[in-house]
Ligand binder design. Structure first.
Ligand code: DGL
Length: 270
């Protein structure tokens, strides 16, 4: 048993969808969450900038006594995982490998779609991971840069004509090639699951990358006999911009109120 915390970070609020799954799977764990709301979005930035931001995020989390880190950001996972893993003193779980394993297990046709940020698609990380697992899989990747700002504006529900129009236009090429599995490669996208599911149709399986990363983290801790397994865990939230803004939107991503403190930190110091 290991009662140290799990550190989780994202460019902003999207990573809270992974926290939601971590809490569902491992209610006894203590979680430290950092959302870089001062610098969100990460999805259109260069790899150099992403690495600089992600290293600061990791250095902040490393100021706590952690047993593992979950990179709950698709963009950082696709662009910086190797460096962050090599530099970290504790195991680091990204979203790509767990999501790829799940998608490969779900697909029947071998045609898999990926919807993600521009930087995630440009990295080619998903294609490489699918190729390692099964070179016969066909991967169709698509950047959806308007999804994140629309989710952050709360425009994510079925019946909202703006998000429905954007989703229909973005996803048309994936419908055209007939993917049967779609990886929602950004941790903001689970909030669009109903809208995306409505466009793609019920026969297409959706993969929530944050949920898969949470499962992978649980498996990793279980294998190392490092689960907390005792009492009710807590979550502490840190944000690089105003805490009041974080708290206002957090419930949407978390599925519950952000109980406990939300503290602002100066990420530029790290
Ligand atoms: N949550 C980030 C991700 O999973 C996307 C938001 C952003 O562009 O910063 O890629």
């Amino acid at each position: 048993m290991d009662t140290r915390s799990i550190g989780v970070f994202d460019s902003g609020l999207g990573g809270l969808t992974a926290v939601r799954q971590l809490r569902r799977l491992m209610p006894s764990e203590n979680i430290i969450y950092f959302g870089d709301t001062a610098r969100v979005p990460y999805g259109n930035r260069s790899r150099e900038t992403l690495l600089q931001y992600a290293r600061q995020d990791m250095r902040f989390l490393s100021s706590f006594d952690l047993k593992a880190v979950v990179i709950a950001c698709g963009t950082v996972s696709t662009n910086c995982l190797e460096e962050l893993r090599a530099e970290s003193g504790v195991p680091v779980t990204g979203v790509v490998e767990p999501a790829v394993e799940r998608a490969a297990a779900l697909t029947r046709s071998g045609k898999i779609g990926l919807a993600a940020t521009r930087a995630s698609v440009a990295s080619g990380a998903y294609e490489r991971a699918f190729r390692r697992l099964d070179p016969a899989l066909e991967v169709h990747a698509l950047a959806c840069p308007l999804f994140v700002p629309l989710v952050e504006e709360g425009r994510c529900r079925p019946g909202d004509t703006v998000i429905e129009t954007v989703a229909a236009e973005y996803l048309a090429p994936l419908k055209e090639v007939g993917v049967d599995t779609l990886v929602l490669g950004c941790t903001h996208y689970p909030l669009l699951a109903e809208v995306i599911g409505g466009v793609m149709g019920p026969e297409v399986s959706l993969v929530d990358v944050g949920a898969e990363a949470a499962r992978a983290c649980r498996d990793l801790l279980a294998a190392a006999d490092a689960l907390a397994n005792r009492g009710e865990g807590s979550v502490r939230f840190y944000t690089s911009d105003r805490a009041v803004n974080f708290r206002r939107l957090a419930a949407l991503f978390l599925g519950e109120e952000a109980a406990g403190a939300v503290e602002q930190v100066d990420i530029f110091q790290y």
